[in-house]
Design a protein around this ligand. Structure first.
Ligand SMILES: NC(=O)c1ccc[n+]([C@@H]2O[C@H](COP(=O)([O-])OP(=O)(O)OC[C@H]3O[C@@H](n4cnc5c(N)ncnc54)[C@H](O)[C@@H]3O)[C@@H](O)[C@H]2O)c1
Length: 496
Protein backbone atom coordinates (compact mmCIF):
# COMPACT_ATOMS: atom_id res chain seq x y z
CA UNK A 1 0.00 0.00 0.00
CA UNK A 2 3.02 2.29 0.07
CA UNK A 3 2.82 2.95 -3.71
CA UNK A 4 1.16 6.28 -4.58
CA UNK A 5 -2.55 5.87 -5.28
CA UNK A 6 -3.44 6.87 -8.85
CA UNK A 7 -7.07 5.79 -9.13
CA UNK A 8 -9.95 5.96 -6.63
CA UNK A 9 -13.67 5.20 -6.51
CA UNK A 10 -16.33 7.37 -4.90
CA UNK A 11 -19.60 5.78 -3.86
CA UNK A 12 -22.08 8.62 -3.45
CA UNK A 13 -21.46 11.85 -5.34
CA UNK A 14 -23.53 14.43 -3.40
CA UNK A 15 -22.18 17.40 -1.45
CA UNK A 16 -19.37 15.39 0.15
CA UNK A 17 -18.74 12.84 -2.63
CA UNK A 18 -18.61 15.75 -5.12
CA UNK A 19 -16.11 17.56 -2.89
CA UNK A 20 -13.95 14.42 -2.73
CA UNK A 21 -14.17 14.12 -6.53
CA UNK A 22 -12.89 17.67 -6.94
CA UNK A 23 -10.00 17.23 -4.47
CA UNK A 24 -8.90 13.93 -6.02
CA UNK A 25 -9.22 15.03 -9.65
CA UNK A 26 -7.38 18.31 -9.02
CA UNK A 27 -4.61 16.27 -7.43
CA UNK A 28 -4.15 14.21 -10.57
CA UNK A 29 -6.04 11.10 -9.42
CA UNK A 30 -8.43 9.28 -11.75
CA UNK A 31 -11.90 8.92 -10.23
CA UNK A 32 -14.76 6.46 -10.79
CA UNK A 33 -18.10 7.59 -9.37
CA UNK A 34 -21.22 5.58 -8.62
CA UNK A 35 -24.34 7.51 -7.57
CA UNK A 36 -27.89 6.34 -8.45
CA UNK A 37 -29.28 9.88 -8.60
CA UNK A 38 -30.03 11.31 -12.05
CA UNK A 39 -28.82 14.75 -11.02
CA UNK A 40 -25.52 13.62 -9.46
CA UNK A 41 -23.40 14.07 -12.61
CA UNK A 42 -24.67 17.62 -13.20
CA UNK A 43 -24.25 18.82 -9.61
CA UNK A 44 -20.86 17.15 -9.28
CA UNK A 45 -19.62 18.91 -12.42
CA UNK A 46 -20.93 22.24 -11.09
CA UNK A 47 -19.04 21.68 -7.87
CA UNK A 48 -15.93 20.73 -9.84
CA UNK A 49 -16.13 24.04 -11.73
CA UNK A 50 -16.27 25.92 -8.42
CA UNK A 51 -13.36 23.87 -7.08
CA UNK A 52 -11.21 24.62 -10.16
CA UNK A 53 -11.93 28.29 -9.69
CA UNK A 54 -10.94 28.08 -6.00
CA UNK A 55 -7.69 26.20 -6.77
CA UNK A 56 -6.67 28.76 -9.37
CA UNK A 57 -6.78 31.32 -6.54
CA UNK A 58 -5.44 29.07 -3.81
CA UNK A 59 -1.97 28.58 -5.19
CA UNK A 60 0.39 29.88 -7.85
CA UNK A 61 2.21 26.53 -7.84
CA UNK A 62 1.80 24.55 -11.06
CA UNK A 63 -1.20 22.30 -10.47
CA UNK A 64 -1.09 18.65 -11.46
CA UNK A 65 -2.74 17.47 -14.65
CA UNK A 66 -6.34 16.70 -13.52
CA UNK A 67 -7.36 13.06 -13.22
CA UNK A 68 -10.04 11.45 -15.42
CA UNK A 69 -13.65 11.40 -14.17
CA UNK A 70 -15.86 8.43 -15.10
CA UNK A 71 -19.44 7.76 -13.95
CA UNK A 72 -20.37 4.07 -13.72
CA UNK A 73 -23.72 2.43 -13.13
CA UNK A 74 -22.83 -0.02 -10.35
CA UNK A 75 -20.67 -0.25 -7.27
CA UNK A 76 -19.07 -3.36 -8.72
CA UNK A 77 -17.86 -1.56 -11.86
CA UNK A 78 -16.73 1.51 -9.97
CA UNK A 79 -14.51 -0.20 -7.42
CA UNK A 80 -13.01 -3.14 -9.27
CA UNK A 81 -9.76 -1.52 -10.48
CA UNK A 82 -8.95 1.09 -7.85
CA UNK A 83 -6.58 1.34 -4.87
CA UNK A 84 -8.80 3.56 -2.73
CA UNK A 85 -12.57 3.82 -2.14
CA UNK A 86 -14.37 6.63 -0.31
CA UNK A 87 -18.02 6.02 0.56
CA UNK A 88 -20.20 9.16 0.92
CA UNK A 89 -23.74 7.78 0.75
CA UNK A 90 -26.65 9.01 2.95
CA UNK A 91 -26.13 8.71 6.70
CA UNK A 92 -28.11 5.50 7.36
CA UNK A 93 -26.41 2.60 9.09
CA UNK A 94 -28.12 -0.23 7.17
CA UNK A 95 -27.66 1.45 3.79
CA UNK A 96 -23.99 2.21 4.44
CA UNK A 97 -23.34 -1.31 5.74
CA UNK A 98 -24.83 -2.87 2.62
CA UNK A 99 -22.85 -0.51 0.34
CA UNK A 100 -19.61 -1.16 2.25
CA UNK A 101 -20.13 -4.93 2.08
CA UNK A 102 -20.44 -4.66 -1.70
CA UNK A 103 -17.34 -2.50 -1.93
CA UNK A 104 -15.48 -5.04 0.22
CA UNK A 105 -16.62 -7.81 -2.10
CA UNK A 106 -15.67 -6.21 -5.42
CA UNK A 107 -12.64 -4.03 -4.77
CA UNK A 108 -9.10 -5.53 -4.71
CA UNK A 109 -8.13 -6.90 -1.28
CA UNK A 110 -5.29 -4.39 -1.05
CA UNK A 111 -7.52 -1.35 -1.63
CA UNK A 112 -8.23 0.97 1.29
CA UNK A 113 -11.91 1.69 2.08
CA UNK A 114 -12.98 4.82 3.95
CA UNK A 115 -16.40 6.14 4.90
CA UNK A 116 -17.25 9.86 5.13
CA UNK A 117 -19.82 9.22 7.87
CA UNK A 118 -20.21 12.11 10.28
CA UNK A 119 -21.04 9.99 13.26
CA UNK A 120 -21.52 6.23 12.72
CA UNK A 121 -18.97 4.08 14.47
CA UNK A 122 -16.57 2.20 12.17
CA UNK A 123 -16.93 -1.04 14.20
CA UNK A 124 -20.65 -1.07 13.37
CA UNK A 125 -19.95 -0.36 9.69
CA UNK A 126 -17.23 -2.98 9.24
CA UNK A 127 -18.93 -5.80 11.21
CA UNK A 128 -19.93 -7.86 8.16
CA UNK A 129 -16.89 -7.19 5.96
CA UNK A 130 -14.59 -9.99 4.83
CA UNK A 131 -11.54 -7.72 5.00
CA UNK A 132 -12.42 -5.21 7.71
CA UNK A 133 -8.76 -4.48 8.51
CA UNK A 134 -8.55 -2.04 5.55
CA UNK A 135 -11.71 -0.13 6.50
CA UNK A 136 -12.00 3.06 8.57
CA UNK A 137 -13.83 6.36 8.77
CA UNK A 138 -12.20 9.23 6.88
CA UNK A 139 -14.42 12.11 8.01
CA UNK A 140 -13.93 15.26 5.89
CA UNK A 141 -15.29 18.81 6.14
CA UNK A 142 -17.24 20.77 3.59
CA UNK A 143 -15.85 22.00 1.16
CA UNK A 144 -13.74 18.86 0.98
CA UNK A 145 -11.59 20.27 -1.83
CA UNK A 146 -10.42 23.19 0.34
CA UNK A 147 -10.54 22.27 4.04
CA UNK A 148 -7.52 20.16 4.96
CA UNK A 149 -8.85 18.28 8.01
CA UNK A 150 -9.85 14.63 7.72
CA UNK A 151 -10.52 12.64 10.90
CA UNK A 152 -9.40 9.01 10.66
CA UNK A 153 -11.23 6.72 13.05
CA UNK A 154 -10.60 2.98 12.98
CA UNK A 155 -12.94 0.29 14.32
CA UNK A 156 -12.17 -2.82 16.38
CA UNK A 157 -10.87 -4.62 13.29
CA UNK A 158 -9.01 -1.82 11.51
CA UNK A 159 -5.25 -2.35 11.25
CA UNK A 160 -2.82 0.36 12.35
CA UNK A 161 -1.03 -0.04 9.01
CA UNK A 162 -4.21 0.77 7.05
CA UNK A 163 -4.73 3.92 9.09
CA UNK A 164 -1.18 5.03 8.33
CA UNK A 165 -1.61 4.25 4.62
CA UNK A 166 -4.84 6.27 4.50
CA UNK A 167 -3.15 9.14 6.37
CA UNK A 168 -0.31 9.09 3.80
CA UNK A 169 -2.77 9.15 0.96
CA UNK A 170 -4.75 12.04 2.44
CA UNK A 171 -1.46 13.95 2.92
CA UNK A 172 -0.61 13.27 -0.73
CA UNK A 173 -3.78 15.15 -1.72
CA UNK A 174 -3.03 18.16 0.50
CA UNK A 175 -4.96 17.18 3.64
CA UNK A 176 -4.22 17.13 7.35
CA UNK A 177 -5.17 13.69 8.72
CA UNK A 178 -6.01 13.49 12.42
CA UNK A 179 -5.94 9.89 13.63
CA UNK A 180 -8.33 9.42 16.56
CA UNK A 181 -6.94 7.67 19.64
CA UNK A 182 -10.31 6.07 20.46
CA UNK A 183 -13.41 5.07 18.57
CA UNK A 184 -16.23 7.40 19.59
CA UNK A 185 -19.60 8.49 18.20
CA UNK A 186 -19.38 11.61 15.99
CA UNK A 187 -15.55 11.84 16.36
CA UNK A 188 -13.91 15.02 17.61
CA UNK A 189 -14.87 18.01 15.47
CA UNK A 190 -18.60 17.27 15.26
CA UNK A 191 -18.76 16.75 19.01
CA UNK A 192 -17.44 20.29 19.42
CA UNK A 193 -19.61 21.71 16.67
CA UNK A 194 -22.71 20.08 18.01
CA UNK A 195 -22.24 21.76 21.39
CA UNK A 196 -22.17 25.16 19.66
CA UNK A 197 -25.10 24.25 17.41
CA UNK A 198 -27.19 23.07 20.38
CA UNK A 199 -26.60 26.34 22.22
CA UNK A 200 -27.45 28.24 19.03
CA UNK A 201 -30.79 26.43 18.73
CA UNK A 202 -31.67 27.39 22.31
CA UNK A 203 -30.78 31.02 21.70
CA UNK A 204 -33.03 31.14 18.61
CA UNK A 205 -35.87 29.28 20.32
CA UNK A 206 -35.78 31.59 23.33
CA UNK A 207 -35.75 34.69 21.04
CA UNK A 208 -32.34 35.74 22.34
CA UNK A 209 -30.77 36.00 18.88
CA UNK A 210 -31.47 35.46 15.18
CA UNK A 211 -29.42 33.24 12.88
CA UNK A 212 -27.64 36.35 11.58
CA UNK A 213 -26.79 37.64 15.06
CA UNK A 214 -25.43 34.24 16.06
CA UNK A 215 -23.28 34.11 12.92
CA UNK A 216 -22.02 37.63 13.63
CA UNK A 217 -21.12 36.58 17.17
CA UNK A 218 -18.93 33.87 15.68
CA UNK A 219 -17.38 35.46 12.60
CA UNK A 220 -16.46 38.84 14.07
CA UNK A 221 -14.93 37.35 17.20
CA UNK A 222 -13.90 33.91 18.33
CA UNK A 223 -14.35 32.37 14.85
CA UNK A 224 -11.31 34.36 13.69
CA UNK A 225 -9.31 33.15 16.67
CA UNK A 226 -10.38 29.55 16.15
CA UNK A 227 -9.22 29.55 12.51
CA UNK A 228 -5.65 30.14 13.59
CA UNK A 229 -5.16 28.72 17.08
CA UNK A 230 -8.18 26.64 17.94
CA UNK A 231 -9.59 26.70 21.47
CA UNK A 232 -6.88 25.78 23.94
CA UNK A 233 -3.97 27.73 22.54
CA UNK A 234 -6.28 30.77 22.37
CA UNK A 235 -7.22 30.29 26.04
CA UNK A 236 -3.58 29.88 26.97
CA UNK A 237 -2.90 33.31 25.50
CA UNK A 238 -6.04 34.68 27.21
CA UNK A 239 -4.65 33.51 30.55
CA UNK A 240 -1.79 36.01 30.13
CA UNK A 241 1.59 35.31 31.64
CA UNK A 242 -0.01 33.23 34.37
CA UNK A 243 -1.07 30.83 31.58
CA UNK A 244 -3.58 28.01 31.39
CA UNK A 245 -3.84 27.24 35.14
CA UNK A 246 -4.80 30.85 35.81
CA UNK A 247 -7.29 30.84 32.93
CA UNK A 248 -9.04 27.74 34.27
CA UNK A 249 -9.17 29.08 37.82
CA UNK A 250 -10.64 32.34 36.54
CA UNK A 251 -13.22 31.00 34.10
CA UNK A 252 -13.69 27.36 35.17
CA UNK A 253 -16.26 28.20 37.86
CA UNK A 254 -18.48 29.95 35.29
CA UNK A 255 -19.13 26.54 33.75
CA UNK A 256 -21.47 25.81 36.62
CA UNK A 257 -23.38 29.08 36.17
CA UNK A 258 -26.70 28.64 34.41
CA UNK A 259 -25.31 30.00 31.10
CA UNK A 260 -25.52 26.82 29.21
CA UNK A 261 -28.29 24.37 28.53
CA UNK A 262 -25.69 21.60 28.49
CA UNK A 263 -27.01 18.34 27.06
CA UNK A 264 -30.69 19.34 26.71
CA UNK A 265 -31.69 19.84 23.11
CA UNK A 266 -34.68 22.07 22.27
CA UNK A 267 -37.46 20.20 20.51
CA UNK A 268 -36.96 20.75 16.79
CA UNK A 269 -40.69 21.24 16.18
CA UNK A 270 -42.18 22.89 13.07
CA UNK A 271 -42.37 26.26 14.82
CA UNK A 272 -38.64 26.32 15.62
CA UNK A 273 -37.68 24.98 12.20
CA UNK A 274 -39.80 27.63 10.45
CA UNK A 275 -38.23 30.34 12.60
CA UNK A 276 -34.71 29.22 11.68
CA UNK A 277 -35.53 28.80 7.99
CA UNK A 278 -37.17 32.23 7.64
CA UNK A 279 -34.37 33.97 9.55
CA UNK A 280 -31.83 32.21 7.35
CA UNK A 281 -33.74 33.24 4.20
CA UNK A 282 -33.73 36.85 5.38
CA UNK A 283 -30.00 36.60 6.10
CA UNK A 284 -28.76 34.86 2.93
CA UNK A 285 -31.69 34.25 0.56
CA UNK A 286 -30.41 36.90 -1.88
CA UNK A 287 -27.56 34.53 -2.92
CA UNK A 288 -27.90 31.18 -4.71
CA UNK A 289 -26.16 28.20 -3.12
CA UNK A 290 -23.50 28.20 -5.87
CA UNK A 291 -22.89 31.92 -5.22
CA UNK A 292 -22.58 31.29 -1.49
CA UNK A 293 -20.14 28.46 -2.22
CA UNK A 294 -17.98 30.85 -4.24
CA UNK A 295 -18.09 33.53 -1.53
CA UNK A 296 -17.18 30.91 1.08
CA UNK A 297 -14.36 29.51 -1.09
CA UNK A 298 -12.83 32.95 -1.74
CA UNK A 299 -12.87 33.70 1.99
CA UNK A 300 -11.34 30.35 2.91
CA UNK A 301 -8.63 30.80 0.31
CA UNK A 302 -7.84 34.27 1.68
CA UNK A 303 -7.64 32.94 5.26
CA UNK A 304 -5.38 30.04 4.28
CA UNK A 305 -3.12 32.31 2.24
CA UNK A 306 -2.89 34.72 5.17
CA UNK A 307 -1.93 31.86 7.49
CA UNK A 308 0.62 30.65 4.93
CA UNK A 309 2.55 33.90 5.34
CA UNK A 310 3.15 32.85 8.94
CA UNK A 311 3.66 29.15 8.18
CA UNK A 312 0.85 28.44 10.66
CA UNK A 313 -2.04 25.96 10.99
CA UNK A 314 -3.93 25.38 7.73
CA UNK A 315 -1.46 27.81 6.08
CA UNK A 316 1.47 25.52 6.96
CA UNK A 317 -0.40 22.61 5.32
CA UNK A 318 -0.93 24.76 2.21
CA UNK A 319 2.76 25.71 2.15
CA UNK A 320 3.89 22.10 2.33
CA UNK A 321 1.39 21.18 -0.37
CA UNK A 322 2.69 23.91 -2.67
CA UNK A 323 6.29 22.81 -2.14
CA UNK A 324 5.28 19.28 -3.16
CA UNK A 325 3.48 20.64 -6.25
CA UNK A 326 6.57 22.59 -7.33
CA UNK A 327 8.83 19.61 -6.73
CA UNK A 328 6.53 17.29 -8.62
CA UNK A 329 6.09 19.70 -11.52
CA UNK A 330 9.83 20.18 -11.82
CA UNK A 331 10.86 16.57 -11.35
CA UNK A 332 8.25 15.48 -13.91
CA UNK A 333 9.74 17.74 -16.55
CA UNK A 334 13.43 17.18 -15.83
CA UNK A 335 15.11 13.97 -16.87
CA UNK A 336 17.93 13.00 -14.50
CA UNK A 337 20.63 13.89 -17.05
CA UNK A 338 19.26 16.34 -19.63
CA UNK A 339 21.09 17.08 -22.87
CA UNK A 340 23.32 20.07 -22.06
CA UNK A 341 24.00 20.77 -25.74
CA UNK A 342 20.49 22.34 -25.85
CA UNK A 343 18.66 24.87 -23.65
CA UNK A 344 17.08 23.20 -20.59
CA UNK A 345 13.34 22.46 -20.46
CA UNK A 346 12.59 22.63 -16.74
CA UNK A 347 9.19 24.25 -16.45
CA UNK A 348 5.74 23.88 -18.01
CA UNK A 349 2.56 25.76 -17.21
CA UNK A 350 -0.82 26.78 -18.58
CA UNK A 351 -2.49 30.21 -18.85
CA UNK A 352 -5.00 30.11 -15.99
CA UNK A 353 -8.38 31.90 -16.22
CA UNK A 354 -7.47 34.42 -13.51
CA UNK A 355 -4.23 35.33 -15.34
CA UNK A 356 -6.15 37.15 -18.09
CA UNK A 357 -6.34 40.91 -18.56
CA UNK A 358 -9.26 42.92 -19.96
CA UNK A 359 -8.22 41.92 -23.51
CA UNK A 360 -8.55 38.22 -22.64
CA UNK A 361 -4.77 37.68 -22.85
CA UNK A 362 -2.21 36.69 -20.23
CA UNK A 363 -1.58 39.81 -18.19
CA UNK A 364 1.88 41.37 -17.91
CA UNK A 365 2.73 40.31 -14.37
CA UNK A 366 2.11 36.64 -15.14
CA UNK A 367 5.01 36.61 -17.62
CA UNK A 368 7.29 37.36 -14.70
CA UNK A 369 5.42 34.77 -12.64
CA UNK A 370 6.15 32.05 -15.22
CA UNK A 371 9.79 33.16 -15.58
CA UNK A 372 10.11 33.22 -11.78
CA UNK A 373 8.76 29.66 -11.57
CA UNK A 374 11.19 28.60 -14.33
CA UNK A 375 14.07 30.18 -12.38
CA UNK A 376 12.93 28.25 -9.30
CA UNK A 377 12.94 25.07 -11.38
CA UNK A 378 16.53 25.81 -12.49
CA UNK A 379 17.62 26.55 -8.90
CA UNK A 380 16.01 23.33 -7.77
CA UNK A 381 17.77 21.49 -10.61
CA UNK A 382 21.22 22.79 -9.68
CA UNK A 383 20.70 21.78 -6.04
CA UNK A 384 19.31 24.82 -4.20
CA UNK A 385 16.95 22.84 -2.01
CA UNK A 386 15.59 23.10 1.55
CA UNK A 387 18.87 21.71 2.98
CA UNK A 388 20.93 24.33 1.12
CA UNK A 389 18.66 27.14 2.34
CA UNK A 390 18.70 25.83 5.93
CA UNK A 391 22.50 26.19 5.87
CA UNK A 392 21.95 29.93 5.39
CA UNK A 393 22.52 30.19 1.64
CA UNK A 394 20.21 31.19 -1.15
CA UNK A 395 20.21 32.71 -4.63
CA UNK A 396 18.44 35.99 -5.34
CA UNK A 397 17.38 37.48 -8.67
CA UNK A 398 18.99 40.93 -8.90
CA UNK A 399 18.09 42.04 -12.43
CA UNK A 400 15.39 41.15 -14.98
CA UNK A 401 14.67 42.19 -18.53
CA UNK A 402 11.46 40.85 -20.12
CA UNK A 403 10.55 41.28 -23.79
CA UNK A 404 6.83 40.73 -24.45
CA UNK A 405 6.64 39.46 -28.05
CA UNK A 406 3.22 37.83 -28.60
CA UNK A 407 -0.13 37.69 -26.82
CA UNK A 408 -1.49 34.39 -25.51
CA UNK A 409 -5.07 33.39 -24.62
CA UNK A 410 -6.44 31.57 -21.56
CA UNK A 411 -5.99 27.81 -21.24
CA UNK A 412 -2.99 27.68 -23.62
CA UNK A 413 -0.11 25.38 -22.58
CA UNK A 414 3.28 27.04 -22.04
CA UNK A 415 6.83 25.77 -21.72
CA UNK A 416 10.07 27.54 -20.87
CA UNK A 417 13.51 26.90 -22.37
CA UNK A 418 16.44 28.10 -20.29
CA UNK A 419 19.97 28.93 -21.45
CA UNK A 420 22.93 29.68 -19.19
CA UNK A 421 24.72 32.74 -20.61
CA UNK A 422 27.62 32.81 -18.18
CA UNK A 423 28.64 32.46 -14.53
CA UNK A 424 31.36 33.21 -12.01
CA UNK A 425 31.80 32.19 -8.38
CA UNK A 426 28.97 34.45 -7.14
CA UNK A 427 26.67 35.16 -10.10
CA UNK A 428 25.05 33.57 -13.11
CA UNK A 429 23.14 34.99 -16.04
CA UNK A 430 20.33 33.16 -17.83
CA UNK A 431 17.81 33.72 -20.55
CA UNK A 432 14.38 32.06 -20.55
CA UNK A 433 12.27 31.70 -23.68
CA UNK A 434 8.52 31.35 -23.09
CA UNK A 435 7.16 29.00 -25.76
CA UNK A 436 3.55 28.60 -26.87
CA UNK A 437 3.45 24.79 -26.91
CA UNK A 438 0.85 24.32 -29.69
CA UNK A 439 2.45 26.73 -32.23
CA UNK A 440 6.08 26.68 -31.08
CA UNK A 441 6.08 30.52 -31.14
CA UNK A 442 8.31 32.40 -28.71
CA UNK A 443 5.89 34.52 -26.64
CA UNK A 444 8.45 36.34 -24.51
CA UNK A 445 12.03 36.26 -23.36
CA UNK A 446 13.32 36.95 -19.87
CA UNK A 447 16.94 37.63 -19.08
CA UNK A 448 17.96 37.45 -15.43
CA UNK A 449 21.05 37.95 -13.28
CA UNK A 450 21.19 35.87 -10.11
CA UNK A 451 23.40 36.33 -7.10
CA UNK A 452 24.54 33.85 -4.46
CA UNK A 453 23.69 35.17 -0.98
CA UNK A 454 24.58 34.32 2.60
CA UNK A 455 21.16 34.91 4.17
CA UNK A 456 22.48 35.12 7.75
CA UNK A 457 24.91 37.89 6.89
CA UNK A 458 22.69 39.46 4.20
CA UNK A 459 25.48 39.73 1.63
CA UNK A 460 26.80 38.10 -1.51
CA UNK A 461 28.98 35.01 -1.13
CA UNK A 462 30.42 32.28 -3.40
CA UNK A 463 28.07 29.48 -4.54
CA UNK A 464 28.13 26.23 -2.56
CA UNK A 465 30.14 23.42 -4.18
CA UNK A 466 27.06 21.49 -5.43
CA UNK A 467 25.60 24.51 -7.20
CA UNK A 468 28.91 25.59 -8.71
CA UNK A 469 29.68 22.12 -10.06
CA UNK A 470 26.24 21.83 -11.62
CA UNK A 471 26.61 25.24 -13.27
CA UNK A 472 29.99 24.09 -14.66
CA UNK A 473 28.34 20.98 -16.05
CA UNK A 474 25.58 22.96 -17.78
CA UNK A 475 28.15 25.46 -19.06
CA UNK A 476 30.15 22.72 -20.81
CA UNK A 477 27.21 22.46 -23.23
CA UNK A 478 25.66 25.92 -23.12
CA UNK A 479 28.91 27.79 -23.89
CA UNK A 480 28.58 26.42 -27.44
CA UNK A 481 25.03 27.76 -27.95
CA UNK A 482 24.46 31.00 -29.86
CA UNK A 483 24.05 33.97 -27.55
CA UNK A 484 20.76 35.74 -28.51
CA UNK A 485 21.38 39.18 -30.05
CA UNK A 486 19.09 40.85 -27.48
CA UNK A 487 21.05 39.44 -24.50
CA UNK A 488 22.78 42.03 -22.36
CA UNK A 489 20.78 44.91 -23.86
CA UNK A 490 18.32 47.03 -21.94
CA UNK A 491 15.28 48.89 -23.28
CA UNK A 492 16.16 50.87 -26.37
CA UNK A 493 16.23 54.68 -26.03
CA UNK A 494 13.39 56.40 -27.91
CA UNK A 495 15.76 58.45 -30.07
CA UNK A 496 17.58 55.33 -31.36
N1 LIG B 1 -22.66 17.58 4.39
C1 LIG B 1 -21.68 17.67 5.24
O1 LIG B 1 -21.30 18.77 5.70
C2 LIG B 1 -20.93 16.43 5.67
C3 LIG B 1 -19.64 16.60 6.25
C4 LIG B 1 -18.89 15.47 6.55
C5 LIG B 1 -19.41 14.20 6.32
N2 LIG B 1 -20.66 14.05 5.78
C6 LIG B 1 -21.13 12.68 5.53
O2 LIG B 1 -21.00 12.40 4.14
C7 LIG B 1 -22.01 11.47 3.73
C8 LIG B 1 -22.77 12.05 2.55
O3 LIG B 1 -23.36 13.26 2.94
P1 LIG B 1 -23.74 14.41 1.88
O4 LIG B 1 -23.86 15.66 2.66
O5 LIG B 1 -22.84 14.33 0.71
O6 LIG B 1 -25.20 13.93 1.44
P2 LIG B 1 -25.91 14.15 0.02
O7 LIG B 1 -27.33 13.84 0.24
O8 LIG B 1 -25.53 15.46 -0.56
O9 LIG B 1 -25.25 13.03 -0.90
C9 LIG B 1 -25.52 11.66 -0.74
C10 LIG B 1 -25.44 11.05 -2.14
O10 LIG B 1 -25.53 9.64 -2.03
C11 LIG B 1 -26.29 9.18 -3.11
N3 LIG B 1 -26.81 7.85 -2.84
C12 LIG B 1 -28.04 7.49 -2.39
N4 LIG B 1 -28.12 6.14 -2.31
C13 LIG B 1 -26.95 5.65 -2.73
C14 LIG B 1 -26.43 4.35 -2.92
N5 LIG B 1 -27.15 3.27 -2.63
N6 LIG B 1 -25.16 4.20 -3.39
C15 LIG B 1 -24.41 5.28 -3.69
N7 LIG B 1 -24.85 6.55 -3.55
C16 LIG B 1 -26.10 6.72 -3.06
C17 LIG B 1 -27.34 10.24 -3.31
O11 LIG B 1 -27.90 10.18 -4.63
C18 LIG B 1 -26.57 11.51 -3.05
O12 LIG B 1 -26.03 12.06 -4.26
C19 LIG B 1 -22.87 11.22 4.95
O13 LIG B 1 -22.42 10.05 5.59
C20 LIG B 1 -22.59 12.44 5.84
O14 LIG B 1 -22.77 12.15 7.21
C21 LIG B 1 -21.41 15.15 5.44
Amino acid sequence: MSKEIEKAALIGGGVIGGGWAARLLLNGIDVNVYDPSETAERTLNEMLANAKRAYSKLTMAPLLKPGKLVFLDSIEKAVQDVAFVQESAPERLELKRSILNQIDQYTPETALICSSTSGLKPSALQSEMKHPERFMVGHPFNPVYLLPLVEICGGENTSAESKQSAANFYRQIGMKPLILRKEIDAFIADRLLEAVWREGLWLIRDDVATTEELDDAIRFGFGLRWAQMGLFETYRVAGGEAGMRHFISQFGPTLSLPWTKLMDVPELNEELIEKIVSQSDAQSGMHSIRELERIRDDNLVAIMQGLKLHDWGAGAVLKEYEERLYKKAHSGVVSSEPDFSKPLSLHESKVRPDWLDYNGHMTESRYLQVFGDATDALLNFIGMDETYRKQGFSVYTVETHIRHLLEVAGGEPLSVKTQLLGFDEKRFRIVHKLIHVSSGDVLATGEHMLLSVNTNEGKACPFGKILYEKLEKIWQGHQNLDVPDYAGKGIRRLEQ
